[in-house]
Design a protein around this ligand. Structure first.
Ligand code: BTN
Length: 267
């Protein structure tokens, strides 16, 4: 499979090409780590780094992220927002909406979202993880910088014990008759990310809340919330709030669950 060609991505992006600056590498430790180093050296908003191999890919909660060159799309994007990182609590959900929209637009059936930011594929055996999103924020007096790392499985990787925890893994090939060429896939995702960022910058996550709920895998279903710092909580998912927190209807009433060290399982 050819390395991503930035010139071809620019062509596919058409009038939006000027909003992105795409670079592709054969191998890097982690696209997010490298982009963060580049941000420190002044890389502009819209910088995108795609890599075929990561030697130290990172997932959420300190996990490793494995990806195989032929079987994944692995990239990070640098974006800047006005205001402090506290204003960006719903950003990872917004990125999920962009991914789900892009995959749906390419014809994928059964793509849905798990709070706070996993992209799942519904299948006969239940849900399996299709993509992961890792957002790292920093700030200075001009605003916040987000390094948004996305790992999308084209085919389910074979050794997923480290990254998927107890979640089964899926690949986009299972949702589509024929896998789209990776340039088309990346261009479609970047276009949807841009659309979502424009709404997010103008209105915050509230402008994407309904869209997120429409993709929510477990809306109105019972889940367990696991938090190392607190007793287990069970309740029914009743959508998300304007700040991206999950609304859970428990026996003691409605509770807001904030992303952090919690993990969510369907009962
Ligand atoms: C998760 O744990 O679900 C998030 C996984 C995010 C993986 C992506 S792959 C591209 C970018 N670079 C990294 O090192 N991690 C993210």
């Amino acid at each position: 499979m050819p390395l991503i060609d930035p010139v071809r991505i620019k062509t596919l992006l058409g009038p939006l090409a000027g909003r992105f600056d795409v670079d592709a590498l054969d191998e890097v430790d982690s696209t997010s780590s490298e982009l963060s180093r580049r941000a420190d050296q002044g890389a502009p908003a819209g910088s995108v780094l795609v890599a075929d191999r990561q030697s130290a890919g990172r997932g959420r909660r300190g996990r490793h992220w494995l990806s195989a060159p032929e079987d994944s799309l692995t990239f990070s994007l640098l974006w800047r927002f006005a205001g402090p990182p506290g204003h960006l609590s719903g950003l990872s959900l917004a990125v999920g909406v962009a991914l789900a929209r892009a995959l749906k637009q390419l014809g994928a059936e059964g793509v849905c979202l798990k709070w706070p930011n996993d992209v799942l594929l519904a299948g006969n055996d239940g849900f399996a993880k299709l993509a992961g999103i890792l957002i790292e924020l920093s700030s200075d007096r001009r605003g916040s910088t987000a390094i948004i790392g996305i790992g999308l499985n084209l085919r389910p990787p074979e050794n997923l014990s480290q990254q998927m925890n107890t979640q089964a893994a899926a690949g986009l090939a299972q949702a589509l008759g024929k896998l789209p060429e990776r340039h088309l896939l990346l261009a479609a995702i970047l276009q949807e990310l841009l659309a979502v960022f424009d709404v997010f910058a103008a209105e915050g996550f509230v402008g994407l809340k309904t869209a997120w709920q429409e993709f929510h895998a477990w809306e109105d279903q019972t889940v367990r919330i696991l938090d190392e710092q607190a007793p287990e909580l069970t309740g029914v998912c009743r959508g998300v709030e304007a700040d991206g927190s999950l609304l859970l209807e428990t026996s003691a009433g409605l509770r807001s669950i904030h992303a952090g060290d919690v993990s969510l399982r369907r009962l």
